[in-house]
Design a binder for this molecule. Structure first.
Ligand SMILES: [Zn+2]
Length: 82
């Protein structure tokens, strides 16, 4: 994840896609486009135990990544409104 906060307002100011480097649209601290954000703590049985990996992908890179999957992504519709 490459997120940067504005030092004065402490709001999110910049987010870059880790895969392609695209700068995503951010307005008033909110990402104004599709953003796939992962924060994952690797566990004891991995080779990355105690590491926390943080990734942001733009929607195009997400779509390209999942297109390579042999087993498709499970997709459910959110029924709750914000
Ligand atoms: Zn991208």
């Amino acid at each position: 994840m490459r997120k940067y906060k504005d030092k004065e307002t402490n709001q999110l100011s910049k987010v870059f896609c880790n895969r392609c480097g695209k700068k995503m649209k951010v307005k008033d601290g909110i990402i104004m486009e599709g953003n796939f954000s992962i924060e994952y703590n690797w566990g004891f049985f991995s080779n990355k135990d105690c590491e926390r990996h943080i990734i942001d992908l733009c929607e195009d890179c997400y779509d390209e990544m999942v297109r390579e999957f042999k087993v498709p992504v499970d997709i459910e519709q959110n029924v709750e409104l914000l």
